[in-house]
Design a protein around this ligand. Structure first.
Ligand SMILES: O=C(O)C1=C[C@@H](OP(=O)(O)O)[C@@H](O)[C@H](O)C1
Ligand SMILES: C=C(OP(=O)(O)O)C(=O)O
Length: 426
């Protein structure tokens, strides 16, 4: 990969059908549940990218067998044990889903990752696990690195957590809770962002035979076995965002194959959001088809449920025909980078006027100009720059290899999307 990626400029309408690899979030949940299930499981077409490879490596370090079988993965649970070191890279899913599993292991498990991981908030999870009887040494920081002193079992019971900084705190605790001696009666202190991701967790647990009920203040998980299940992983709908956005920017047409009829992925909301921005969105026998009309309408929306769509939507806002206001996304300051700050810098560099709100952004488009921008080690900032580059000639990105986090061949796929006449881009 060149150190600086010059994003392709494409004023002509795109016309393509795109197939995308599996969902990061579904793969992460499938791996974790398979690792603590009551028998072996097959994951069909899981995502193979940095985040999910780190999840698999972390589980292997705890004693789980995970083998590749063509495009699939076979997972065989074993006794969970330490001592172990887990590298979470920059993956929020590993940072928040593995510590509750580590607590079930017999022995110490130390978790660390990239320099930026050490800034990502995790006090809610650490306090929640302590409330469930787990001993954790985090030097009082509430962040990585920390050591989970696993004893082979977790008491569980009534626990109150603050998950206002990440829904993954809730998901991490719920995923392992059926294996706690007393299950878990989880109460929330405050609001939780990205609620569709919590719904995804609850739905996935039920599909594995776990008894989860919503309570007035949260969720209750009964103790019991987690049934091993083979899981067919849906395409990643959040990673569909830049490809569908290309239809809007160029006034072209993009179809994403195998768009699920029913899904818990928040990316499903692209249908509604891109329609609001002026796209015609239809379902065809192939998948979800987005057609751009030649202009982009501004977006005024609370994106709290779909925070991970923000970078691409914000890029579209910088190309719209009026000012946009995106709110409900204060927690994005704790993502791969401070995404509100990063988007402010990038959109300003290409000519927009940006105002940061405590929980969002106001974006006023301006005359576009060429710029070299950073990836901030954030895959979705590369997606955003790629979308801007369609409209502005001369957008260059340093550190574009950040895309390995969830879509390692993004740059090849993007080039193919733009080079392809009508046809399948793989
Ligand atoms: O549970 C998950 O798979 C995710 C939950 C969300 O995290 P936050 O609630 O921290 O935004 C989302 O942004 C992330 O990309 C994936
Ligand atoms: C926020 C994201 O990732 P993570 O799972 O690392 O939190 C993301 O993919 O947009």
């Amino acid at each position: 990969m060149p150190p600086v990626w010059t994003t392709p400029h494409r004023p002509a309408p795109v016309d393509a059908v795109v197939s995308l690899p599996g969902s990061k979030s579904i793969t992460a949940r499938a791996l974790v549940l398979a690792a603590i299930a009551d028998g072996p499981s097959r994951l069909v077409r899981p995502l193979r990218a940095r985040d999910t490879d780190l999840m698999a490596a972390g589980l292997r370090a705890l004693g789980v067998q995970i083998a590749d079988a063509g495009d699939d993965q076979l997972v065989v649970p074993g006794p969970l044990r330490g001592p172990a070191e887990v590298d979470a890279g920059l993956a929020g899913t590993v940072l928040r889903f593995l510590p509750p599993v580590a607590a079930l292991a017999d022995g110490d498990v130390r978790l660390d990752g990239d320099a930026r991981l050490r800034d990502r908030p995790n006090a809610g999870l650490i306090a929640g696990l302590r409330g469930a009887g787990v001993r954790i040494d985090d030097g009082g920081r509430g962040r990585a690195p920390f050591t989970v002193h696993g004893t082979g079992r977790v008491r569980g019971g009534a626990v109150t957590v603050d998950a206002s900084e990440s829904s993954q705190v809730v998901s991490g605790l719920l995923l392992a809770a059926a294996r706690f001696d007393d299950g878990l009666d989880l109460s929330l202190a405050g609001k939780v962002p990205s609620m569709p991701h919590v719904d995804m967790t609850v739905t996935t647990l039920r599909a594995h035979g776990v008894d989860v009920t919503a309570t007035e203040r949260g969720w209750r998980v009964s103790p019991g076995p987690i049934a091993a299940r083979d899981v067919v992983v849906e395409p990643d709908l959040s990673n569909a965002a830049p490809f569908l956005a290309a239809a809007l920017v160029t006034g072209g047409q993009v179809t994403v194959r195998d768009w699920p009829e029913l899904t818990t992925q928040p990316g499903a909301q692209l249908d509604r959001l891109l329609t609001q921005m002026g796209a015609a969105v239809t379902r065809t026998p192939d998948g979800l088809q987005v057609t751009g009309a030649g202009g982009i309408r501004p977006l005024v929306a609370d994106l709290g449920e779909v925070g991970e769509l923000t970078p691409v939507l914000a890029a579209l806002c910088a190309l719209a025909d009026g000012p946009s206001r995106l709110t409900g996304i204060g927690h994005l300051r704790g993502h791969e980078t401070d995404r509100l700050q990063a988007l402010d810098e990038v959109l300003t560099a290409v000519g927009a006027r940006v105002e940061q709100l405590p929980d969002g952004l106001v974006i006023e488009p301006g005359p576009l100009r060429a710029a070299t921008v950073d990836s901030y080690a954030d895959h979705r900032m590369v997606h955003a720059a790629a979308v801007l580059g369609l409209a502005a000639d001369g957008i260059r990105v340093t550190g574009a290899d950040a895309v390995t986090k969830t879509l390692p061949d993004f740059i090849d796929r993007w080039s193919a999307l733009l080079g392809a006449p009508a046809g399948v881009v793989r």
